[in-house]
Ligand binder design. Structure first.
Ligand code: ZN
Length: 110
């Protein structure tokens, strides 16, 4: 009997798989986080994307980013001084950079 050959695993594939070993919930993205995140983004000081703002663009923030990747560290995860408001595209770019997307090595999830 013939079976389809399995996809060869490339380094970038493995990085993505590592990240999926933990569920979002296990990484700290709980209901409590959803609540805190929403409150943070509703604060008038956090309505604009920090990265876009630095470039002079006014883009509504939709994501709360961990400036320093928390790597599962609860203290870093919940430290508001380590949070920044980002728009989806800035957050994706930063996450890809930190995670090893676009040909970079994975550091950790943000
Ligand atoms: Zn942005």
């Amino acid at each position: 009997m013939t079976r389809g050959r399995k996809l060869r695993s490339r380094p970038d594939r493995r990085a993505a798989d590592d990240r999926r070993r933990l569920t979002a919930h296990q990484r700290g993205y709980t209901r409590r986080w959803a609540h805190a995140r929403r409150a943070y983004l509703m604060d008038p000081a956090h309505v604009l994307c920090a990265h876009c703002l630095a470039l002079g663009d006014l883009t509504p923030a939709t994501e709360v980013d961990h400036i320093q990747p928390h790597r599962g560290d609860r203290r870093l995860f919940w430290d508001r001084a380590n949070w920044q408001p980002l728009c989806k595209s800035c957050h994706s770019l930063k996450t890809a950079r930190d995670d090893g997307g676009f040909g970079n090595r994975r550091k950790d999830f943000t």
